[in-house]
Design a protein around this ligand. Structure first.
Ligand code: PLP
Length: 374
């Protein structure tokens, strides 16, 4: 949808895009300066595939300070974005036919990467009523002798749902009882509203020893194009991931790693303006969406997406979310992402990582278009 919206914009059409999964702010200046200086200082060569030592040390400081767990250097692997970290994880973890639990709606990459690694996605549905959090009984019921791992994503793309500490503890206990690996994608950890983030690995050594924590700088520091993410895993898994990556990409871009280290070591004030802006846009958007007849939306507790139930408007010729998203793009010139791609039909995902005028104008267009359809 983002690509199609860009094409239309290039033709001169005033398309308002809510499709992209990235902050609209530029990377903060001190981080850019650090990477520029890194080029001048000669960080232009290969570095260890596991990661540049100065970034690995910054990651150790970051997890101790923010995520409340300590890790050794041999547990860290820096990759070309969190997406790459998850890919490496699944490649080294899964054997053919291993099952991986996913909580729908989920970021579509998970299912495809599980399949690419020879595994089988097993989907556990969640609903708006529980804030898109699973019930522990659903997890127990989905476990078979082939279950190898589960991918937890809190806060979640696309729903903005976030798991509280109690749920995280209960899920971790299930993982221990059934000998499962927890892949904990915490890429949106810093973009939270009225919520406290808990890292699985902070629950103690027993949980940490079966958890692979996926983190990165893309969303928190608006560095999506830098392609730096990292995994913190038990040492033997981290070593397998580093060996695997060594034959595929070698290290992630060396000078970008210097920028990422500057980001992790930066004053939290550097990003507080962005988080404040997202908080205000979230309030603005929620208010406007709730004025549109027939729509419902839960308050996102994290990330920067509205996950809107549009089922009441799926009638007649436009009877699914994909057709609705295409209709909205072509006729109302607003780009959204249909819930079906996240295994959540009947919904649209709208990113509020865009300016308030776009939110106001775009939601007015949505209201008019839905009224015309129904
Ligand atoms: C849930 C989730 N995990 C991981 C990523 C990938 O992050 P990165 O840009 O660091 O690869 C995204 C990007 O959209 C995401 O939404």
């Amino acid at each position: 949808m983002t690509a199609k919206a860009r094409e239309m914009q290039a033709e001169g059409i005033n398309v308002l895009s809510f499709a992209a999964g990235e902050p609209d702010f530029n990377t903060p200046e001190p981080i850019i300066e650090a990477a520029k200086k890194a080029l001048d200082d000669g960080f232009t060569k290969y570095c260890p595939s596991r990661g540049l030592p100065l970034l690995v040390e910054a990651i150790q400081r970051k997890t101790a300070r923010e995520n409340k767990f300590n890790c050794e250097k041999n547990q860290i692997v820096v990759s070309c974005g969190a997406k790459h970290s998850i890919f490496n994880t699944l490649q080294v973890l899964l054997n053919e036919g291993d099952e991986v639990l996913l909580f729908a709606p989920f970021w579509m990459t998970y299912a495809d990467q599980v399949i690419l690694a020879g595994g089988k996605p097993v989907i556990i549905p969640t609903t708006a009523e529980t804030g898109y959090c699973p019930h522990p009984d659903q997890i127990k019921a989905a476990i078979t002798p082939r279950t190898r791992a589960m991918i937890c994503n809190t806060p979640s793309n696309p729903t903005g749902g976030a798991w509280d500490r109690n749920l995280i503890k209960e899920v971790a206990a299930i993982a221990i009882r059934h000998n499962l690996t927890i892949i904990s994608d915490e890429i949106y950890e810093n973009l939270i509203y009225d919520h406290e983030h808990t890292s699985f690995a902070s629950l103690g050594k027993e949980v940490a020893s079966r958890t692979i924590t996926i983190l990165g700088v893309s969303k928190t520091y608006s560095m999506t194009g830098w392609r730096i993410g990292f995994a913190i895993a038990p040492p033997e898994i981290a070593t397998a991931m580093a060996n695997y990556q060594d034959q595929v990409t070698s290290n992630a871009t060396t000078f970008a790693q210097v920028g990422a280290a500057a980001a992790l070591d930066s004053d939290p004030a550097l990003i507080s303006g962005m988080v404040q802006a997202f908080t205000e846009r979230r309030q603005l958007g929620l208010g406007l969406i709730r004025q549109i007849p027939g729509l419902s939306v839960t308050d996102p507790k994290g990330a920067f997406y509205f996950y809107i139930n549009v089922e009441n408007h799926l009638t007649g010729k436009i009877n699914n979310d994909i057709d609705l998203a295409n209709h909205l793009l072509e006729n109302a010139h607003i780009a959204t992402v249909p819930g079906t791609v996240f295994h959540g039909p009947g919904h649209l995902r709208l990113s509020y990582a865009t300016n308030p005028n776009t939110i106001t104008e775009g939601l007015a267009r949505l209201q008019t278009a839905l009224a015309d359809i129904t």
